[in-house]
Design a protein around this ligand. Structure first.
Ligand SMILES: Nc1ncnc2c1ncn2[C@@H]1O[C@H](COP(=O)(O)OP(=O)(O)OP(=O)(O)O)[C@@H](O)[C@H]1O
Length: 518
């Protein structure tokens, strides 16, 4: 057979393969989903359908194209077609195994990656403290933890990669076997040159997309994991919304009656039979050692969780009967670490009420003692605060949050007072800002207090320990009882100030006359 006729002979095969490729590259939907299931392993039909939509095209090309090539090959030589089928089955089974092992390794890998990221952020955030202790590169414990998680991450990467080598080996061996078979067919006279070349082209078209599946399977697995995480999040039960929610709160008093609450998955109740009442227009200071339940009280008032027993009422209405927006419209929460957007001070404030007038902005800033900060800034209200508000100190950021709460006209403000050491100016300003917050007769403030001045300015102090109320009363009442020691211990622990100093400072606030300061 001349070279010309051999070349002419393979044209129909190549044309058939190209037509098949074009057809398959434009096929979508169900077939892709079936093959995606094979590739993804235990992925699930719903995920497969989702994935077929997004990366279905390449998957179809990489899977249906080889299937069609097998059919075309069958017309040329059944033995090569059978061998291709065997290779396809072995490859599918190797791929399923690889996907399963990779999925298991990836869970471990993601946990380690998250841990490494947290440690790295911690290392960055703790730089001031570490530098002060001449340990800028991290404490040995910190570095050991980082090293440990890095090793886990490396192991996970290796474990996830290993099974794919098996798949590559199957494809490579398969190609060698096909070459051998074609050579034997040619040499034994079972196939002519044209047929042998056509079979070679078909085999290449068959194996090439199978090789591409390795890359696709990684993308598919990553997507499946992400979808699983989103589904897990969406599956977490929402708090029940009343069929006919109350849409108006008239008062601002907050009352917890006999509240017992355990966090989902928690072993012990975070609060046990806690009762406290904060009349409208008053400020209640929560104190107690770490883990005593102060934050939990504020979370329950904002209805982040529902109580197990008892009742939380706002304006006399059980928070479970209120529409979620109605409650959150009335509440402002000031966290210890205030997040600010990398925008101007003005825009960071306007977040609370975009339509606020300039007078309202200025008044909120004045009450929050933010005006003096703004005056010092190079562009006053137009100064950008930097990423996460990095241009401002922690105390100044908390003043921005207080100004936001005032601007929002929230009737209930929940404050977790900054516990980090503040300079005297910031400390006095924040205390004054919290006092100003509570000065509005229509507003109730619940503050997790870490400073004597804040305690002294409150209308009542509620002292918690191990989820129970141990003391409650006016600051004066508390001073007369042992409660002051508890307050002193907690505040001292947080501020690294000697308890005796705290007790004395607190007493000076309440009874300046006794210290000759009147
Ligand atoms: N999300 C949570 N899941 C499970 N348990 C939690 C959760 N948050 C807090 N707890 C537990 O509930 C108890 C009360 O915690 P809470 O944060 O209210 O205390 P706290 O007095 O505010 O402490 P701190 O002053 O350290 O912030 C603690 O035992 C704590 O471990």
């Amino acid at each position: 057979m001349s070279a010309l006729s051999a070349a002419a002979g393979i044209v129909p095969y190549i044309a058939a393969a190209q037509i098949a490729r074009i057809l398959l590259e434009h096929t979508s939907g169900a077939v892709g989903a079936v093959w995606t299931w094979v590739a993804v392993g235990a992925g699930g039909a719903a995920d497969a359908a989702n994935l077929a939509v997004t990366i279905g095209g390449p998957v179809i090309t990489s899977t249906l194209l080889p299937a069609t090539v097998v059919v075309v090959t069958l017309a040329v030589d059944w033995r090569v077609a059978v061998l291709l089928c065997v290779i396809a089955l072995l490859a599918a089974s190797a791929l399923r195994h690889a996907a399963k092992v990779a999925a298991e390794a990836e869970v471990e890998l993601e946990r380690a990656a998250a841990e490494v990221a947290v440690r790295a952020i911690e290392l960055g955030q703790a730089q001031p403290v570490l530098r002060a202790a001449d340990q800028a590169e991290g404490t040995p414990r910190m570095n050991a933890a980082l090293e440990d998680h890095r090793d886990t991450y490396r192991d996970g990467m290796d474990r996830a990669r290993r099974p794919f080598f098996l798949y590559t080996a199957v494809i490579a061996c398969g190609f060698a076997a096909v070459l051998g078979l074609i050579a034997w067919l040619l040499l034994s006279g079972h196939a002519g040159v044209a047929e042998a070349i056509a079979l070679l082209v078909l085999a290449t078209r068959f194996l090439q997309p199978l090789g591409n599946l390795i890359d696709l399977i990684g993308a598919l697995r990553a997507m499946t994991n992400k979808i699983a995480r989103i589904e897990e999040l969406l599956a977490s039960p929402a708090l029940p919304v009343p069929a006919d929610p109350v849409r108006r709160i008239d008062g601002a008093d907050v009352e917890l009656s006999d509240v017992t609450f355990t966090y989902p998955g928690g072993d012990a109740p975070a609060l046990r039979a806690v009762s406290m009442r904060c009349p409208s227009g008053t400020t209640a200071a929560l104190v107690g050692p770490s883990g005593s339940g102060k934050t939990t009280v504020t979370r329950l008032v904002a209805r982040f969780f529902d109580v197990d027993a008892g009742q939380v009422c706002v304006g006399g209405i059980d928070v479970r009967e209120l529409g979620p927006e109605t409650l959150l419209d009335q509440i402002a929460i000031i966290f210890q670490d205030v997040y600010l957007f990398d925008d101007t001070i003005e825009n960071n404030l306007r977040l609370a009420r975009p339509e606020a007038t300039w007078d309202e902005l200025r008044e909120a800033a004045r009450a929050a003692r933010l005006d003096e900060v703004i005056k010092r800034l190079p562009d006053a209200w137009n100064t950008r605060v930097g990423e996460a508000g990095a241009q401002l100190s922690g105390g100044e950021r908390q003043r921005v949050a207080i100004a936001r709460a005032i601007l929002k006209q929230a009737r209930i403000v929940l404050v977790d007072e900054a516990s980090s050491a503040l300079d005297p100016e910031n400390e006095a300003a924040i205390t004054q800002a919290i006092v100003n917050l509570g000065a509005d007769p229509g507003r109730t403030v619940i503050v997790i207090a870490h400073r004597p001045a804040t305690l002294a300015a409150a209308d009542q102090v509620v002292s918690l320990d191990a989820g129970e109320v141990t003391e409650a009363g006016s600051p004066d009442d508390l001073l007369r009882t042992d409660g002051i020691h508890l307050v002193a211990a907690d505040t001292a622990a947080r501020t690294s100030v000697r308890p005796v100093y705290i007790v004395e400072t607190f007493a000076r606030f309440l009874h300046p006359g006794a210290f000759g300061e009147e």
